[in-house]
Design a binder for this molecule. Structure first.
Ligand SMILES: C[S@@+](CC[C@H](N)C(=O)[O-])C[C@H]1O[C@@H](n2cnc3c(N)ncnc32)[C@H](O)[C@@H]1O
Length: 336
């Protein structure tokens, strides 16, 4: 299956796939822009001047918005791109898609809390590290029967409240897990204290998602008070050394969300081999089909149907647990 991240796919195919699957039902503006680009030879010619790895719709759209493009019709967007291409191109060449969505913690939490603690968390592909504070956020889980569960950190309600709709027999924990140590790895860690990095993180949020923008700002405020180390480097190169630094008494959890799509098959294989050899639990939250082996397990599970093609799959130690909305807005627990 083509994905918009696949540099081997043609640019029209990547934009069509983005419109039809990844942005569908999530951003009407990006669906319109991506569909428009896919059929617009003039704009495709501009985008094709970029290296294939830099033609991703999220990168090009975020760069355009970083340069001032308004979330308007495709015609206006295409006009903006034509007039400002050199600026947009420069941003694409110097930036990457590093969306950091604290809301994803709401989908990680039930799995994290089910492990015996205390926990040491290692996030690979951490961006600015906003998913490394799951014990410092408050959570509101809403079930499809209308009931609500509110969870707060041990210290009291957080300034960041993550809202998540749940369906299926989600094991919502009685309390948040105890995290005694945390660290991340990223090729290019973003700095919550840098105005430029924060501006880029805001540009990466899709146009209609004002709630996500507000959450990002609140999570950045929190992260500025709670320093967390993010090691610069490739996850395969840095993982073993970081695991060795985690406290011996803690349960080590290596996790990632929206990261493995950036790895080629060989890098994914190496990552899995390392995980198998290390004393860790592995929690993955990735698009369907991205983690080798998971799609096969899902197809063998009766009734394991995502609510949308864009849903991620959350898996613990390679076993699928639930489907999750890509920005953490909902989760659907699987029957086992
Ligand atoms: C889309 S962001 C997701 C950030 C965060 N996990 C979240 O869900 O909010 C993907 C991140 O993975 C990082 N990344 C991609 N490939 C990597 C690699 N081989 N090693 C380390 N980090 C990587 C990127 O730099 C980027 O910050």
């Amino acid at each position: 299956m083509t994905t918009s991240s696949d540099p081997r796919a043609s640019t029209p195919d990547r934009y069509r796939q983005f419109a039809q699957v990844e942005a569908r039902g999530i951003s009407a503006c990006y669906v319109e822009w991506a569909s428009g680009v896919a059929d617009d030879p003039r704009i495709l010619a501009l985008i094709d001047r970029l290296p294939a790895s830099k033609r991703h719709p999220t990168l090009v759209f975020s760069a355009a918005r970083f340069c001032g493009a308004a979330p308007a019709s495709y015609v206006e967007f295409a006009g903006f791109l034509s007039a400002h291409w050199l600026e947009v191109e420069a941003v694409c060449l110097t930036h990457d898609t590093q969306t950091n969505e604290a809301g994803r913690c709401a989908t990680l939490l039930p799995a994290l809390a089910a492990l015996s603690g205390p926990l040491a968390l290692i996030e690979v592909g951490a961006s600015a590290g906003l998913c490394l504070h799951p014990d410092r956020y408050s959570y509101r889980y809403r079930s499809d029967d209308g009931s609500e569960r509110l969870l707060h950190p041990a210290r009291g309600p957080s300034s960041v409240v993550l809202e998540c709709s749940v369906s299926g027999a989600v094991p919502i924990p009685p309390r948040l897990p105890e995290v005694v140590w945390r660290a991340g790895i990223d090729l290019n860690p973003l700095d919550v204290h840098s105005a430029e990095d924060v501006e880029w993180l805001e540009a990466l949020i899709w146009p209609e998602h004002e709630d996500r923008r507000l959450r990002l700002r609140a999570a950045i405020e929190l992260a500025r008070r709670e320093t967390v180390e993010i090691v610069r480097g490739d996850l395969n190169e840095q993982l073993a050394a970081l695991v060795a630094r985690a406290p011996a008494h803690a349960t080590i959890v290596v996790f990632h969300t929206a990261v493995l799509l950036y790895l080629d098959d060989e890098a994914k294989r190496r990552f899995r081999e390392q995980l198998a050899a290390l004393p860790v639990h592995w929690l993955s939250n990735e698009s369907q089909g991205v983690v080798p082996g998971i799609a096969e397990l899902l197809s063998a599970m009766a009734g394991a149907l995502p609510t949308a093609a864009s849903d991620f799959v959350l898996a613990l130690d390679g076993e699928p647990l639930d489907f999750t909305q890509p920005h953490g807005r909902s989760l659907h627990w699987l029957e086992t």
